[in-house]
Design a binder for this molecule. Structure first.
Ligand code: ADP
Ligand code: MG
Ligand code: MG
Length: 254
């Protein structure tokens, strides 16, 4: 599904081009859950941003293929329409727009981009009911104004609901450094586990091993200074939790 080959990316840091990703290779197949771990500043969020197509980063070398298509020239929105979903971004507050109405708009815009008609209201309601039941979201929540006064957990619930409605092929979850409290963590993990299927893939990005106790990855990769320096199974996450990252740095420098 996702094939990243020798990816290099930089950012303009006050007029100086700063290299952040320095040759990433990664392949994610449908049905797989991958985790990327690494110390703060290693480039995890940059990798997520580059795959999602955020424009502040410049790809200087390498390719990103999504279902065998080179997506370099596609805008973030077009990538989203193709099924790439990036979560845990800074959430927007839209006063006066309910969770439901926001979701309806999001669904219909995606359909429009694919040349489809708006989803009939009945079908939309059925979809909303189905997904909200799956994620145990109550009706009151659906009529609330988007993110206004949401707790951390409610923001996460809303994001996961968004993901459930949009049914992305590749969901990228970037856990911010501040981390999630335990309730938010459970909401996210339950949602992801319920939405997982043989046809979609998940990339979980995290600084800590905590989230991976709930979302069990098939593969774990360690990102260090813009490179994936080690890959393994879920046991690698436990090893990192126990021993930190220094031993890997030593391994790399040896
Ligand atoms: P991580 O998510 O692993 O903590 P990031 O991808 O956020 O790492 O950052 C990787 C490196 O790129 C860090 O050194 C960070 O300071 C730098 N960086 C990220 N975004 C910017 C930016 N907008 N301007 C300048 N430097 C940035
Ligand atoms: Mg960081
Ligand atoms: Mg980050």
């Amino acid at each position: 599904m996702l094939k990243i080959k020798n990816l290099h990316a930089s950012i303009d840091d006050n007029g100086v081009l700063k290299s952040i990703l320095k040759g990433i290779n990664l392949e994610i197949k449908a049905g797989e859950v991958h985790a990327i771990m690494g110390p703060n500043g290693s480039g995890k969020s940059t990798l997520a941003s580059v795959v999602a197509g955020k424009e502040e980063f410049e790809v200087t070398k390498g390719t990103v293929l999504f279902n065998d298509e080179d997506i370099e020239d596609l805008a973030a929105e077009e990538r989203a329409h193709k099924g790439i979903f990036l979560s845990f971004q800074y959430p927007v507050e839209i006063p006066g727009v309910s969770v439901t109405n926001f979701m309806k708009t999001a669904i219909n815009e995606t359909r429009k981009a694919k040349g489809l008609e708006e989803m009939p209201a009945k079908e939309m309601l059925k979809l909303i009911r189905e997904k909200s039941e799956l994620l145990e979201i109550d009706r009151k929540f659906l009529s609330r104004s988007l993110n206004e006064g949401f707790s951390g957990g409610e923001k996460k619930r809303n994001e996961i609901f968004q993901m459930a409605m949009l049914e992305p092929k590749l969901a990228i979850l970037d856990e911010t450094d501040s981390g999630l409290d335990i309730d938010a963590l459970r909401i996210v993990a339950n949602g992801v586990n319920k939405l997982k299927s043989k046809d979609n893939a998940v990339l979980v990005i995290t600084h800590y091993q905590r989230l991976l106790e709930y979302i069990v990855p098939d593969f774990v990769h360690v990102l260090l200074d813009g490179r994936i320096v080690k890959s393994g199974g879920k046991e690698l996450a436990h090893e990192l939790e126990e021993k930190g990252y220094d031993w890997i740095k030593e391994e790399v420098n040896a």
